[in-house]
Design a protein around this ligand. Structure first.
Ligand code: NAI
Ligand code: MG
Length: 489
């Protein structure tokens, strides 16, 4: 992984600024625009087409036409081949996509490059699975043949957040392509650039017009119109609980299924027999990777009393080595995505300080950086269970530590919130870890590692962390509907 610094001139292409609909760039119907900002400099990068109902209608109608045309007649294997071509083309342009992402959201270029590679892997996994999604035969008994056919659900809507802008697009459109759906993507208003460039690339490698459409704009305008459009037959959303709830209610009006991934407040439980070096190493990426703007980050450290001090010392030592700076400088942490996120994290830090919790490291803006939405890696302990820092998703580089004595206390803390995305356990005793895992209310449990998984492993939440699963083969089933065919002999 290259640690070199980049400049704006390394991006040897223009910034995309128009919707991509039916195989072509489109200005907004109302000719309106909105700015996209470089959070490292606080400067406007460019003005982007601002979509509303009319733009969404063009995109959904194009997708619906695609569903009835060439796309429908391609074999699953042919769709897979097209997707492999897409992954190869993206790999060849990885640096351009990474620089676009870094400019738009501030993450270090090496992280953006890693994200693009992850997107290639996602596309290839789904490409390979396109012709392996099988129906079943149903034993009705003599005199009948009954079988199921898996069919694409139709036009699907993909509303994505800004923390992994291209990654979140690929996570949901790649399985949709594998299933044979045509898609309309609404990127986050903070981060439209890579989604727009991606749609063009799909077109370049030969996707039929209308299979992938991207309409930029705000959630309440373009996003809500997309969910409500009568020709949309399925919705996938990643983002906040509050917005997820709105989208689910909007989807319910049209009786549309929705897959919702709504974040978490994920406990990393470190038991007294844990490998502390391992745990404190993983905790760096867990808490500070992508500046903490990760749904599955280790945003709570639940530490058994006897090892708490040693764990926190090790964590602080590791965290002190992290470099913070503009994404193009390619250090360890970039800025937060927007002023809104920056203000939100600062207000959490202020609330934490006034509650009597102890700031062991960081606690705000790094003194050397006078512009950009930067927050230094922060470690806060002596946080009690009622503190907002222990209850709410901060979505910033803030590690929050709570102590416990017994396993029952750890369970109560871990399960005590509305969220249920990920829980993690560190222990050298696998029986102890697995016994605890059984009682953890979460869609994923990670033992002695953090961010375990990949495109092959299903992910998603229970409780308020969401509905449904993405990735793996279940991720493709979201886009398939079962048709049962019964025959009397
Ligand atoms: P958000 O959930 O409001 O935005 C995510 C996406 O939903 C964006 O594309 C947005 O335009 C769209 N959207 C917003 N309102 C909509 C509506 N009524 N109908 C359709 N689409 C709509 O998230 P926001 O406000 O950017 O961030 C707030 C908090 O959400 C963060 O601080 C973090 O805690 C959480 N979050 C969680 C993410 C995750 O990975 N689960 C990702 C991003 C944010
Ligand atoms: Mg931006």
């Amino acid at each position: 992984m290259s640690d070199r610094r980049y400049t704006r001139n390394d991006l040897k292409s223009e910034l995309p600024d128009a919707h991509f609909i039916d195989g072509a760039r489109h200005k907004a119907v109302g000719r309106e625009t909105f700015p996209t900002i470089d959070p490292s400099t606080e400067e406007t990068l460019t003005q982007i087409a601002r979509g509303r109902d009319a733009d969404i209608d063009l995109a959904v109608t194009a997708a619906d036409r695609a569903m009835k045309g060439e796309w429908r007649d391609m074999t699953p294997a042919e769709r897979g081949r097209l997707m492999f071509r897409l992954a190869d083309a993206l790999e060849a342009e990885a640096e351009r996509f990474a620089l676009l992402e870094t400019l738009d959201v501030g993450k270090p270029v090496k992280e953006s490059l890693g994200d693009v590679r992850g997107v290639c892997a996602t596309i290839r996994y789904n490409a390979g699975a396109a012709d392996k999604m099988e129906g079943s035969t149903i034993p009705l008994g003599p005199g009948f043949v009954d079988f199921t056919v898996l069919e694409p659900v139709g036009v699907t809507a993909h509303i994505v957040p800004w923390n992994y802008p291209l990654g979140m697009v690929a996570r949901s459109v790649a399985p949709a392509f594998a299933a044979g759906c045509a898609t309309v993507v609404k990127p986050a208003e903070q981060s439209p650039l890579t989604a727009l460039a991606f749609a063009e690339l799909c077109h370049k490698v030969g996707f039929p017009p209308g299979v992938v459409n991207v309409v930029a704009g705000y959630g309440e305008e373009a996003g809500a119109a997309l969910v409500a459009h009568p020709m949309v037959r399925g919705i996938t959303f990643t983002g906040s609980v509050a917005t997820g709830r709105k989208i689910y209610m909007n989807a319910a009006q049209g009786l549309k299924p929705a897959v919702l991934e709504l974040g978490g407040k994920n406990p990393m439980i470190v038991l007294d027999d844990a490998d502390l070096e391992r745990a404190a190493f993983d905790a760096i990426d867990g808490a500070f990777g992508n500046s903490g703007q990760v749904c599955s980050s280790s945003s709570r450290f639940l530490l058994q009393h006897s090892i708490a001090e040693e764990f926190l010392d090790r964590l602080a030592q590791n965290a002190k080595k992290l470099g913070v700076g503009p994404g193009l400088d390619n250090l360890d942490l970039g800025p937060l995505v927007s002023k809104e996120q920056y203000d939100k994290v600062q207000s959490y830090l202020a609330a934490g300080r006034s509650s009597g919790a102890r700031v062991r490291l960081g606690g705000g803006r790094p003194p050397a950086l006078d512009r950009g939405y930067f927050i230094a890696p922060t470690i806060i302990d002596r946080v009690d269970a009622g503190n907002v820092l222990a209850r709410e998703e901060i979505f910033g580089p803030v590690a929050v530590a709570q102590l416990f004595d017994t396993i029952d206390e750890a369970k109560a803390l871990a399960n005590g919130l509305g969220y249920g995305l990920v829980s993690g356990v560190y222990s050298r005793d696998i029986s102890r870890a697995l016994t605890l895992a059984r009682d953890l209310e979460a869609g994923s449990v990670w033992i002695n590692g953090w961010f375990i998984g990949g495109v092959q492993a299903p992910t998603g939440g229970i409780k308020e962390s969401g509905i449904g699963r993405e990735r793996g083969l279940p991720g493709i089933r979201n886009y398939l509907s079962i048709k049962n065919v019964g025959i009397r002999l």
